[in-house]
Design a protein around this ligand. Sequence first.
Ligand SMILES: Nc1ncnc2c1ncn2[C@@H]1O[C@H](COP(=O)(O)OP(=O)(O)O)[C@@H](O)[C@H]1O
Ligand SMILES: [Mg+2]
Length: 315
Amino acid sequence: MSFMEIKDLQVHYPVRGGFFNTIVDHVHAVDGISMEFEKGKTYGLVGESGCGKSTTGKAIIGLEKITSGSIVYEGVDVTNQRRQRNSSYNRDIQMIFQDAHSSLNPRKRVKDIIAEPIRNFLKLSDLEEKKRINELLAIVGMPEDSKLKYPHEFSGGQKQRIGIARAIASNPKLIIADEPVSALDLSVQAQVLNFLKEIQQELGLSYLFISHDLGVVKHMCDEIAIMNKGRFVESGTKRDIYQSPQHIYTKRLLSAIPNIEPSTREARKVERINVEQNYQVENHKYYDTNGRVYDLLPISDTHAVAKKEEREVVI
Ligand SMILES: Nc1ncnc2c1ncn2[C@@H]1O[C@H](COP(=O)(O)OP(=O)(O)O)[C@@H](O)[C@H]1O
Ligand SMILES: [Mg+2]
C-alpha cells in the first residue's frame, strides 16, 4: 500500500524575453510524471543533468510551484497546501541536498541547525530537545561536542551527516535525497550511502534517491524511474532496469557507468559504441515528431517503457 501518490505532475518555468520582459515561452522542466511511494522502499530517479530531477524533488516538498497534476498524501490531496506551517506533510517529507555546505546556515551552531525541525514540529521541553539532539548526533555517528560547532568546522562527509541528522529529526516518512553524495570523495560516498541504508532500516524510512549516475543508485534502490526531458522513459524494479533495459536512453545511461574493472574495459567500450550507433538509428522510435517522450506503456506488472503504441492493423 502506498502512502503517497503523485499523478501527472507538471512544473513549467516561464521564460521571459523581449523589450517588455514578458513571458515568451515555458520550460517544461517536469512534463507529466506519476509515482507512488511505499513504506521502507527506496525509489531511484535517474537522468542526465537538466532532465528535471531536482525540480521534481522540490515540487514534491513544496519549494516549487506545481503547474498541474496532484499529490495525494495519506488519502488527502495536498497539491496546493504543501507549505502550510506545522502541517504533517512538512514534518513527514524532508530533503537532503547535494551541496550540504550551502544547505546549512553558516551562522548557526550544529545544535540549532538540527533543532530547527524539532522546534517546528515536535513541541519538546528544553531537556527533551537536548536529549533528542544527542540521540540524533549518535545516530549519524558524530561526536557529542559537534553540537557547539559551526558548519565550516566539518568536512564534506560530516556536513552531509549533519544535514541527514536535521532531515531525520522530525521522524519523517519520506526523505528526498537530491544527489546526496555527488559532491563527496569516492571513499566517503560509500560510507554515506551505507549509512543511509542503515538508518532506513532502523527508522523505516522511504527514500526518493536522485542521481545522474545509474552506478550510484544500483545498490540503493528497489525501484527506478529513468527521466529524460521532464518525462519518464522507463520505470521498473532494479532488476528490470539493470537486467533488461528497454528504452534506448536507459541503455545509453547504463553504458555510461564508469568502469573500474580493467578486464572488461575493452568489451564495455565496444558496447558503448554499439549503443551509441543504435541510438542514432533507433532514436525516432522512442520520441514523437516534436522530440517528446511517449507515454509509458506497461510491459509487465513492474516494468513500463515509453514507446510508440503499435496498433494492430486490421484489414
Ligand atoms: N528556476 C528556474 N527557472 C527557469 N528554468 C529552470 C529553473 N530551474 C530549473 N530550470 C530548468 O529546468 C530544467 C530542469 O532542471 P533541474 O530540475 O534542475 O534538472 P536536474 O536536477 O535533472 O539537473 C532545466 O532545463 C533547467 O534549466
Ligand atoms: Mg539537480
